[in-house]
Design a protein around this ligand. Structure first.
Ligand code: LLP
Length: 443
């Protein structure tokens, strides 16, 4: 098992993260608990920035907040000098409430509502990544009404298939995102946007997918965006000063995953843009923007559960169940995602027992890890699931009316709660019992 960041096994045989004994965190904050290694988040932010600096290409790194969006996370990202990608009023509001500089916020989304657009224009966000013709119209109206000019990137579906799970592929022509190149929609959109006085077209954006382990897709995308840039300059006179190639850089959930180093992804991306745009006669090298989500925060998060019931089906399988599951981590059920885990309170004992870790939701598909090797787990043991920082807490639900877990940031031996555990009152907090249903006995 590979421990990451500040994680280690301490003298008591317990998992320790950020100098905090995880068994102590469980005692104080309860489980399920999401623990984030703040130093590792910061290290990942810096790996991106450093890689760009050594490439010599002007850049922006925008953290894709959908991976994990809380006010504390926005603060850390702001302190590290990154920009922020938001896709909804909720993410935008979180960022603004955290004091994130609006000019470093990029507003994404394939169906931004007129109210969301108005909120973002009013907040003076740095740019809009315009997804479709309808949005262009609404954005233009809002900007005109508010008397401002907005900076936009146009989102393009480049017709590039990334090698990843079908549900997280976004670059192919048949996708709900962006203007496709193949039918000419992207070219038309650029011509239209260039005519609008309320819009300054600063560049293009493409995001081809998530958890990508190779660089061919990024190279193919840069090529297509370069060709689009050449056509756009000829037809509209617009020169892109920004090329945003999205996120999608893979991480290592299990030993079988073979992601590249951040520096390798960035070198590939910057080389690809340099090559593609260098080929266009007299075209100034655009800024290269990326939007990593998972690769900033995925490995920094650990989900901590308490083991409860178990069941043995002789000759078939042994199940152990934890106090969370698909409500706080829908990824195994949605994508067949795989994870590695240890017993945080018995981390030095030999992992000689194979079990299947089930969640507590009323659904057979609620399995967290199939065939997981652990030291013979017993009720009360603490299961630490690694690589739980991205798209888990952010996709958590109240299914079965489970309470969403607490989240702590750990650093230098101290833990700070950054999201409180929901209370039972939170769970019913938005329920309304109409007068006519109150206080009646059984019918
Ligand atoms: N930019 C755009 C426009 C995106 O749509 C995404 C992710 C990102 C950046 C960040 O991608 P990342 O670097 O995190 O791979 N829920 C799925 C992942 C969905 C990704 C959605 N878009 C999962 O749990 O695997």
């Amino acid at each position: 098992m590979r421990l990451r960041g500040t994680s280690r096994i301490n003298e008591r045989g317990h998992l320790e993260i950020g100098g905090c004994d995880v068994t102590e965190l469980a005692r104080v904050y309860g489980t399920p608990l999401y623990i984030y290694d703040e130093a590792l988040i910061r290290q990942k932010c810096r790996e991106f920035v450093d890689a760009f600096r050594s490439s010599g290409v002007p850049f922006q790194v925008a953290y894709a907040s959908k991976a994990f969006c809380t006010m504390a996370m926005c603060r850390v990202v702001a302190e590290e000098g990154l920009s922020l990608d938001v896709v909804s009023e909720g993410e935008l509001y979180t960022a603004l409430r955290a004091g994130f500089p609006p000019e470093r916020i990029h507003f994404h989304g394939n169906n931004k509502s007129p109210d969301e657009i108005d909120m973002a224009v009013g907040a003076r966000v740095g740019c809009f990544v315009v997804d479709n013709f309808y949005e262009m119209e609404v954005l233009c109206d809002v900007a005109r009404r508010r008397g401002v000019k907005v900076r936009v990137l146009l989102r393009v579906a480049p017709g590039v298939e990334a090698h990843t799970h079908e549900y997280v592929m976004t670059g192919q022509t048949d996708t709900k995102f962006g203007f496709d190149l193949e039918s000419g929609a992207a070219d038309r959109a650029l011509e239209e946007a260039a005519r609008m006085e309320t819009m300054e077209v600063v560049g293009v954006h493409a995001h081809i997918g998530s958890q990508i382990f190779e660089t061919a897709g990024f190279r193919a995308t840069a090529e297509k965006l370069g060709q689009l840039a050449a056509r756009a300059r000829e037809r509209t006179g617009v020169t892109f000063s920004v090329v945003n190639v999205g996120g999608g850089f893979g991480i290592r959930y299990t030993e079988e995953d073979r992601p590249l180093a951040v520096s390798d992804y960035i070198r590939a991306v910057t080389d690809a843009v340099r090559t593609a745009f260098g080929r266009i006669e007299g075209y100034p090298l655009p800024e290269v923007w990326v939007e990593p989500g998972r690769s900033v925060v995925g490995e920094a998060g650990t989900a901590l559960y308490t083991i409860g019931s178990w069941k043995e089906i002789p000759g078939i399988r042994r199940y152990v169940a934890v106090d969370g599951g698909m409500a706080d981590n829908p990824r195994p059920a949605l994508y067949g995602a795989r994870y590695e885990a240890i017993l945080a309170n018995r981390a030095n004992e030999p992992a000689d027992t194979v079990v299947t870790v089930a969640g507590k939701c009323c659904e057979s598909g609620d399995m967290l890890i199939r065939d997981c090797r652990l030291p013979d787990p017993r009720p009360g043991d603490l299961l630490a699931v690694f690589c739980s920082g991205a798209y888990q807490y952010s996709m958590a639900s109240n299914y079965n009316r489970l309470r969403r877990p607490a989240v702590v940031f750990v650093r230098d031996g101290a833990a700070d709660v950054v999201v409180k555990r929901e209370t039972l009152d939170d769970v019913v907090g938005n329920d309304v019992l109409p007068e006519r249903l109150k206080g009646r006995g059984p019918a």
